[in-house]
Design a binder for this molecule. Structure first.
Ligand SMILES: *[C@@H]1O[C@H](CO)[C@@H](O)[C@H](O)[C@H]1NC(C)=O
Ligand SMILES: *[C@@H]1O[C@H](CO)[C@@H](O)[C@H](O)[C@H]1NC(C)=O
Ligand SMILES: *[C@@H]1O[C@H](CO)[C@@H](O)[C@H](O)[C@H]1NC(C)=O
Ligand SMILES: *[C@@H]1O[C@H](CO)[C@@H](O)[C@H](O)[C@H]1NC(C)=O
Ligand SMILES: *[C@@H]1O[C@H](CO)[C@@H](O)[C@H](O)[C@H]1NC(C)=O
Ligand SMILES: *[C@@H]1O[C@H](CO)[C@@H](O)[C@H](O)[C@H]1NC(C)=O
Length: 425
């Protein structure tokens, strides 16, 4: 009898409350491992109505109906649901974590070379760590291979020693974790962090000034978490920690190109959005050239005075990226005029010139036919070529925009669209 009880209890231990996978063990579709403090759970899952199986990590305490996946491997190598009875996760002969469909195909999660024995443990931080069981050395960890979610303690940046980058990539859709259109990159040369849409710059944080990124004031110190930016000869990365480690928080690169920070509210059992970015007008060149952007205005984009949409059809469908073009072409040679565009954030990419006053600055712009605007603020700012990223603000700077003299006659006679406050210079 005693022997039976002993056998039975050791059997129970094998089946329940495991936080690790050891060599020779298999985790099937209906089995999971749970981190020792019960924060995270790892196993097979199938998002929404998807017919595919993935191995991922989610919060243990959040109900399966709101299951929030923070990491997924085999994003590009899903296993068909029809293998649900035969597939499993295990550590293979050479010590690597692999997913097998049970019918001859397998996907290797880690690819380390080791001769010794390994085991993989799910930690309460959400990190899944493969170690050498003798030396205890970390051979591979899920935190080095983020999916779309940035958890406290993760790194975001690059390790120059092995050219590893830590970055987030959105899911394709809520039911498809394969890599989607948006990703984050830390540009180590300029110390700014970017959201990329494919290979195009979608948003930039501005440079790290030692305390914050210039465009992201809400990343600064607050009651909930502290952010640090580490840069030395070996690594450049951003990381954050929660002051109260019992809180649950995550940042996710979502399928629409927004980076969202959430806090879990225990009372209502809901995720609360703490912040998201970018604002519409922070999206790089959202409105294209020669237009202004306002977050609270519908639509967000408007053409500058004397300009009209390049493609009215795209513009009406809220694709403003082609921007606006002049209604009347410039004559140059000092024949054009300048109109005031007030309360704006300066367009990107100006050239600075030392000039005595506004008049000299105007002359400098006037002389060069590729100069489309100028502003005199301490020194002379000239905008050559396209004007991009003009944000309309409650209170801001002003620029003088070059327009054809014929446009100005229309404006004066009230026939032009007159949505910006303007006056003659
Ligand atoms: C496998 O899929 C079938 C059909 O969808 C389902 O009835 C069964 O419960 C699944 N088995 C596991 C272990 O999830
Ligand atoms: C990292 O990449 C750079 C440039 O791509 C290359 O010169 C360097 O050898 C690489 N270093 C390692 C450790 O792979
Ligand atoms: C950079 O890496 C080298 C080799 O791993 C190490 O000796 C050195 O202390 C590291 N430097 C810093 C600043 O961590
Ligand atoms: C955040 O602050 C805690 C102490 O409050 C400190 O232990 C931790 O290293 C800090 N983390 C970062 C990323 O600065
Ligand atoms: C930390 O967070 C937990 C869960 O939200 C809360 O119960 C606890 O009171 C917090 N502790 C402190 C010191 O704020
Ligand atoms: C006008 O400015 C552009 C850009 O700065 C410059 O390349 C070009 O040479 C200038 N043209 C004249 C006529 O000064």
């Amino acid at each position: 009898m005693r022997i039976l009880v002993l056998l039975f209890s050791s059997f129970l231990q094998l089946c329940y409350a495991l936080d690790a996978i050891k060599k020779g063990e298999r985790l099937g579709v209906s089995q999971t491992i749970v981190s020792s403090g019960g924060h995270f759970e790892l196993g097979f899952f199938s998002p929404g109505q998807s017919k595919n199986l993935y191995v991922g990590i989610w919060y243990k305490k959040i109900s399966v109906y709101k299951r929030t996946v923070v990491w997924v491997t085999n994003r590009e190598y899903p296993i068909s649901m029809s293998f649900n009875s035969s597939c499993y996760l295990s550590i293979n002969k050479d010590g690597n974590l692999v997913i097998s469909d049970g019918r001859g195909m397998s996907y290797s999660i880690s690819s380390v070379s080791t001769r010794s024995s390994t085991s993989a443990t799910l930690l309460d931080s959400g990190n899944f760590v493969l170690r050498d069981t003798i030396s205890n050395e970390v051979l591979w960890q899920s935190f080095d291979h983020p999916a779309d979610t940035f958890l406290p303690g993760m790194k975001f940046g690059t390790d120059k020693r092995n050219n590893r980058t830590w970055s987030l990539t959105s899911w394709n859709s809520l039911e498809d974790p394969s890599p989607g259109g948006f990703s984050t990159v830390l540009d180590t040369s300029s110390s700014e962090f970017l959201i990329m849409k494919g290979s195009q710059k979608f948003w930039t944080s501005g440079r790290w000034n030692g305390v914050i990124f210039s465009q992201v004031p809400n990343l600064r110190l607050n009651d909930i978490y502290n952010v640090s930016f580490v840069s030395n000869e070996n690594v450049t990365y951003l990381t954050y920690d929660l002051h109260n480690t019992s809180m649950i928080s995550r940042s996710v690169m979502d399928t629409t190109g927004k980076l969202k920070k959430y806090l879990w509210l225990d009372g209502t059992k809901e995720w609360a959005l703490f912040w998201d970015l970018p604002r519409p007008c922070q999206v790089y060149a959202l409105c294209g050239a020669f237009s202004t952007c306002a977050d609270m205005q519908i639509p967000n984009c408007r053409c500058l005075q004397g300009f009209e949409p390049y493609s009215l059809r795209d513009w009406m469908q809220q694709d403003w990226s082609a921007g606006c073009v002049r209604k009347s072409s410039l004559q140059c040679g000092g024949k054009d005029l300048f109109v005031l565009v007030n309360n704006v954030k300066f367009p990107v990419n100006f050239e600075s010139l030392s000039a005595l006053d506004s008049e000299q600055c105007k002359q400098a712009c006037s002389r060069n036919c590729s100069c489309n605007a100028y502003a005199y603020k301490g020194n002379c700012h000239l905008w050559m070529g396209d004007l991009l990223g003009i944000e309309q603000l409650e209170r801001g700077d002003y620029i003088f925009l070059r327009v054809a003299a014929s446009e100005l006659q229309l404006i004066n006679s009230g026939k032009a669209d007159n949505h910006l406050s303007s006056k003659l210079n």
